[in-house]
Design a protein around this ligand. Structure first.
Ligand code: ADP
Length: 331
């Protein structure tokens, strides 16, 4: 229940469905990827062919699922959704592929987590629209070739580098999504607030945007919490002050750091004098698993220039001392 977590659970995914842009022109930001996709989809429509396979990479919550849905909508095609972890056997994939209809869009989230045999089946399906289904076991096993209708695969991964080369090469289009600028998040928030029926001032939007870690998912989540807060307090229009009060209640500060991020910075500066300190020592000091610190807190603190990584451990930067309102020791 971390308000600034980049991932969403099932419940939140359902809430998100109402806020998803349905068409490319409603999709905010990512101009480059959007422009390239638009061209590719228009061409496929003119040629009356299934669009090329699309690989989308980037951190969670930046719009990969949304873009997959938009690809299907723009092509007027049905969408099938699955994910790498759900496909553990080649047979799982064969079942999905063999039931696709012509032009259908297949979205595979976390495609880097598919099993090896499934991955190999996917190579052939992507390239030749064909799979070999193996029936039986051992010496009696036979392979039955199966023709597939042309379809469009949209794969999503948090890191394109995790994909094996042969898989990456089979995508006609690869788009990388980057974190959003605050002004872009304000546009996301304006659109969402109309759908959630909550009114904010310009400065109110800016308050939420600056705390959203460049991530539309987090922006929409914080907006929902501000909406709840305004509703209960009977506030009609959320200005900067009200947004600030609401989000402080959820422990998200003006840079988007939450309690865990601040605990790490506090420990680093106050307990360890700014470091260097090993990650496991730091984790023990804040009472968390090393992995939690490494995957949940550290990437954003690094990105924001609050901490540095040295061969001898983590160090606090001048920005960290300043953020905590502390004076760094003289060195
Ligand atoms: P991902 O698949 O990359 O984890 P999603 O596509 O599920 O991210 O997006 C998370 C939420 O953020 C969705 O509710 C979606 O509506 C919103 N969102 C993401 N990107 C945009 C965008 N460019 N414009 C508007 N809303 C967006």
């Amino acid at each position: 229940d971390r308000p600034v977590a980049p991932d969403a659970d099932e419940h939140e995914r359902r809430l998100e469905a109402a806020l998803r842009p349905r068409h490319l022109d409603e999709f905010v930001g990512q101009q480059r990827v959007r422009g390239q996709l638009e061209l590719m989809l228009s061409s496929a429509r003119l040629r009356e062919r299934a669009a090329d396979h699309v690989l989308l990479s980037g951190p969670p919550g930046l719009g990969k699922t949304t873009l997959a849905m938009i690809v299907a909508a723009e092509m007027g095609a049905p969408l099938r959704v699955s994910s790498g972890p759900a496909i553990q056997h080649a047979g799982d994939l064969a079942a999905i592929l063999s039931s696709l209809t012509e032009g259908e869009v297949l979205f595979l989230d976390e495609i880097h987590r598919m099993s090896r045999p499934a991955e190999e089946m996917l190579y052939m399906a992507m390239e030749d629209f064909r799979v070999d289904v193996v029936v039986g076991k051992g010496a009696g096993a036979t392979s039955i070739p199966l023709e597939l209708p042309p379809f469009t695969l949209v794969g999503a991964t948090t890191r394109a580098g995790l994909l094996p080369g042969p898989l990456r090469d089979r995508f006609g289009f690869t788009g990388h999504l980057d974190f959003y600028a605050p002004q872009e998040l304000e546009l996301v928030l304006r659109r969402s607030s109309a759908l959630l029926d909550v009114e904010l001032s310009g400065a109110g939007y800016a308050q939420i945007a600056s705390r959203s870690r460049g991530t539309p998912r987090i922006a929409n989540r914080l907006l929902r919490r501000v909406r709840d807060w305004a509703l209960v307090k009977g506030i009609d229009r959320v200005d900067a002050r009200a947004a600030d009060d609401a989000l402080s209640m959820y422990d998200v500060d003006e840079r988007g750091f939450d309690r865990l991020d601040r605990a790490v910075l506090e420990a680093l500066c106050r307990t360890f004098g700014g470091g260097p300190v090993g990650l496991s020592t730091l984790a023990a000091a804040v009472g968390e698993e090393t992995e939690t610190i490494e995957t949940v807190a550290e990437p954003f603190l690094l990105r924001e220039g609050m901490i540095g990584r040295t061969p001898r451990g983590r160090v606090a930067t001048a920005a960290a001392w300043e953020h905590l309102g502390l004076t760094p020791p003289d060195v």
